[in-house]
Design a binder for this molecule. Structure first.
Ligand code: COI
Length: 331
C-alpha cells in the first residue's frame, strides 16, 4: 500500500519510519502538496497531507487521475480539502481529530496568560531599556477572572480544564450546549463576550459558516481589557476589526497562532513584515506587543506529532481491514 506523505517536517521523518509497523510503502515529501508537485503521488494509493497542503478540486482531479483513492490528513482541520470534489470522484477522506489536545490548549493558555499579565508589553519595554513599572502592567489575577471558551470540543474543553485548575471561572459556548459541569458553564455567545476577561477560540473554520465570527459587533460587546486568543484559524476573526480594536484599546490584546493566507507564509522567512502576503496581516502584526503572533505551532509538540502519525496509520489500517478509516469525513 503506497502512501505519498506531503509536508514532512524534519522531526517527523524518523517518526514515520518508527511508527510504520504495517510496512506501508512511504514516499516522504518535504514540500507541501501543490498543483506543481502533486505528480509525486502518481501510482500511490493514498496521500497523507496537513492543513497547509493545496487540496482543491483541481488538485483532487489530478490525484484521481493518478489512481489515488484516499486523501487523509494527519491534522484536525479539513478546510483546505474540497471534500465534495473528492467524494464525487470516489475518493475517501479522513482526518485525525484527536491528536494530543493539550498541545494546542497549552499554547492557547500561554498566549492568554502572557497578554493577561501584560508580559509582552513589559518585556518589549524592558528589553529596550525601560525598567519603569508602568500603570499599563497593573493586572488582575487569573483565579478571579472569567475565561470564555468559544467552541467546546476536545481542544476547547482541554483548555477549559487548564484554566479551571488555575481557579478561573470558565464559560463556554457551543452550538449544541450541554448541561453545566464542574469545569464550565454553558452560555450564549453574547453573554460570554460580555463577561469574559480572556476569550479563546476553538471552532473549526467552515467557509460560509464560521468565517469572521468575531467582528466589529462581537468586539463591541467585549470588555476593554479583554484578551482575545485564536489557535483555531485566521479566518474565524475579522482581522481588520481585531487590528483596529487592539490599536484603539477597545480590547486589551490579541494572541494568535493563526493568520490569513498561511499557505504563502508558514515555513517561510521574510526580510520584513511589510513583505507578508495580505496587507491585513501586516496591519495586525504592527500592533506588537499588544498583538502576539506565533507561526502555527500549536500542534508542534512531541506527543501531538507522534499522535498525528500513529493515528494516521490507524486510519489506513482500518481502511485496509474494514474499508473505512477510523475517522471518515463524509461531507
Ligand atoms: C490542525 O490540526 O487543524 C492544525 O491546525 C495543525 C497544523 C499542522 C495544520
Amino acid at each position: 500500500f503506497k502512501i505519498t506523505v506531503y509536508n514532512v517536517r524534519e522531526v517527523e521523518t524518523s517518526l514515520f519510519e518508527k511508527l510504520n509497523k504495517d510496512d506501508y510503502d512511504l514516499t516522504l515529501v518535504a514540500e507541501r502538496m501543490t498543483l506543481d508537485n502533486v505528480d509525486r503521488a502518481e501510482g500511490a494509493d493514498a496521500v497523507l497531507i496537513t492543513a497547509f497542503d493545496d487540496c482543491d478540486a483541481e488538485v483532487i482531479e489530478k490525484l484521481a487521475g493518478y489512481g489515488v483513492k484516499y486523501i487523509y490528513t494527519r491534522v484536525v482541520g479539513i478546510n483546505n480539502i474540497d471534500v465534495k470534489a473528492a467524494r464525487n470522484l470516489g475518493i475517501q477522506v479522513a482526518n485525525v481529530p484527536n491528536y494530543s489536545p493539550r498541545a494546542v490548549a497549552e499554547l492557547s493558555l500561554s498566549l492568554g496568560l502572557t497578554l493577561f499579565r501584560n508580559v509582552s508589553r513589559a518585556a518589549a519595554n524592558t528589553h529596550a531599556g525601560d525598567f519603569r513599572l508602568l500603570p499599563t502592567y497593573y493586572a488582575n489575577e487569573i483565579h478571579s477572572a472569567t475565561v470564555g471558551i468559544i467552541g467546546a470540543g476536545k481542544i476547547g474543553m482541554t483548555e477549559a480544564k487548564l484554566y479551571r485548575a488555575l481557579g478561573a471561572q470558565v464559560l463556554a459556548y457551543k452550538r449544541h450546549p450541554e448541561p453545566d459541569n464542574d469545569v464550565v458553564k454553558f452560555t450564549d455567545l453574547d453573554n460570554l463576550l460580555r463577561k469574559s476577561d480572556v476569550v479563546s477560540l476553538h471552532i473549526p473554520y467552515i467557509p460560509g459558516q464560521t468565517g469572521n465570527l468575531i467582528g466589529d459587533e462581537e468586539i463591541a460587546k467585549m470588555k476593554n481589557s479583554a484578551i482575545l486568543v485564536n489557535t483555531a484559524r485566521g479566518q474565524v476573526v475579522d482581522t481588520q476589526a481585531v487590528a483596529d480594536a487592539v490599536k484603539s484599546n477597545q480590547i486589551g490584546g490579541y494572541g494568535t497562532d493563526v493568520i490569513l493566507d498561511e499557505d504563502a507564509i508558514i515555513g517561510k522567512q521574510f526580510d520584513s513584515l511589510d513583505d507578508l502576503p495580505n496587507q491585513l496581516n501586516v496591519e495586525l502584526m504592527k500592533n506588537y506587543p499588544n498583538v502576539l503572533v506565533t507561526p502555527h505551532m500549536g500542534f508542534f509538540t512531541e506527543p501531538a506529532v507522534e499522535d498525528m502519525i500513529r493515528i494516521s496509520f490507524e486510519n489506513f489500517a482500518n481502511t485496509l481491514a474494514n474499508g473505512e478509516p477510523l475517522y471518515p469525513i463524509n461531507e
